[in-house]
Write a protein that binds this ligand. Structure first.
Ligand SMILES: NC(=O)c1ccc[n+]([C@@H]2O[C@H](COP(=O)([O-])OP(=O)(O)OC[C@H]3O[C@@H](n4cnc5c(N)ncnc54)[C@H](O)[C@@H]3O)[C@@H](O)[C@H]2O)c1
Length: 360
């Protein structure tokens, strides 16, 4: 039997509500499959922890997390703690400290009724955005000079190392080759005359190793337009930390909203644990009401199962997400239903147990 050890960081707001539903899915799989088991250890880190202890996680938090196969995170951030603290001292600390330099964000339309785009169907919106996750615009490098004075100057430096840029671009080419899809790079070389000219150059250089992969390169402004007007242009997409953050929110908007957007933070070498999380935040406006959509968090479970090498289970969870979309009465209000978070989780598990073979 294979056992996978999972660290749970439910976090703030709706984080604990949605993670609890994901855990139900793991437990259901254990019941159905004798060859796998999952252990969970929960960590109380987040904004409440910060307000009590003055820090977002334990001093030796990274050391504690290191022993796990993966981290399952809900959301962090809550009014009362500045967002730059909650984000940097927990989420970005883990992404960076564990060198999770690949952020995988599927932008897949599960059902045509979910897109606000006219005349677009499931076959038009099905891409994988690969976002650089360790440096770039989010490197945290910069200066705040003459603070509060009339001559105040703020510098925010993008950091694009050769190693960091090459490895994310190579990962994307490999993914495009493996799945026989086109690869599109999104950058902004006309305005960002160092970082993005370099990015474009590396995209071309690495591309010489992959003559079989068809490529496109767009400026981020044009790409944002195409995401909305012609999403069918994109199959595998590679882009920087900031641009990836923004275009995947457009991706969420065209595929059913934040309740259906997932993201995996991967350390491909498996030197450190990878982290799986819904893309949405802690949604303070609906926290505690029991109406948060847990499907993004459950999609993260599917990504984690793939990462563990349990692709059949990953696919089955994904197919069940596609299937539950047809059962509107069992969805949360953001998707037009009336069900609570818990009810969706319970119904999902029932469906998963019933459905052996579903069409993808
Ligand atoms: N990865 C993360 O942990 C993460 C990501 C984004 C924002 N945040 C933090 O979360 C807090 C709130 O940020 P925000 O309001 O900008 O973004 P948000 O994603 O929390 O919410 C945006 C909107 O989407 C809705 N929404 C989000 N998830 C939903 C779900 N599962 N089901 C139904 N509706 C959902 C919310 O109700 C809200 O109207 C901030 O503190 C922010 O820093 C954390």
């Amino acid at each position: 039997m294979k056992t996978f050890h999972i660290a749970l960081i439910p976090g703030d707001g709706i984080g604990p509500e949605v993670v609890a539903q994901g855990v139900k899915v793991f437990k259901a799989i254990e019941k159905m499959d004798d060859s796998v088991s999952f252990t969970f250890e929960e960590f109380p880190w987040g904004c409440e922890y910060y307000l009590q202890h003055g820090k977002m996680m334990d001093e030796d938090g990274m050391e504690q997390l290191k022993q796990f196969d993966a981290i399952y995170l809900g959301a962090v951030g809550y009014p009362g703690v500045p967002d730059h603290i909650s984000l940097r001292e927990l989420l970005i600390k883990i992404r960076r400290g564990f060198d999770q330099y690949v952020n995988l964000r599927p932008v897949t339309l599960l059902h045509r009724k979910l897109t606000p785009l006219k005349n677009k169907t499931e076959k038009d919106i099905d891409m994988l955005v690969i976002r650089e996750n360790s440096e770039g615009e989010y490197a945290g490098a910069g200066e705040w000079l003459f603070k509060g004075k009339p001559e105040e100057v703020v510098l925010q430096t993008g950091v694009f190392s050769r190693k960091g840029t090459e490895r994310i671009i190579r990962y994307a080419y490999e993914e495009a080759r493996r799945t026989n899809r086109t690869l599109t790079s999104i950058s902004k070389g006309n305005a960002l005359n160092y970082s993005m000219v370099f990015w474009d150059q590396v995209f071309e250089e690495v591309g010489r190793e992959f003559p079989d992969v068809n490529t496109y390169s767009y400026l981020v402004d044009a790409a944002s337009l195409y995401f909305v007007e012609q999403p069918e242009r994109f199959e595998v997409v590679v882009t920087s930390n900031l641009f990836g953050d923004i275009v995947t929110d457009i991706g969420a908007a065209i595929t059913g909203g934040m309740g259906l957007a997932t993201g995996a933070n991967i350390n491909p070498e498996k030197t450190y644990p990878s982290m799986f999380e819904p893309v949405h935040g802690s949604a303070p406006d609906i926290a505690g009401k029991g109406i948060a959509n847990p499907l993004a968090a459950i999609w993260s479970v599917s990504q984690m199962l793939d990462f563990f090498g349990l692709e059949e289970w990953g696919k089955r969870v994904f197919c069940t997400i596609k299937e539950i979309i047809n059962h509107e009465e069992h969805l949360t209000p953001d998707l037009g239903g009336k069900a609570s978070t818990e009810e969706v989780g319970d119904y999902f598990v029932n469906l998963l147990m019933q459905t052996k073979e579903l069409d993808v």
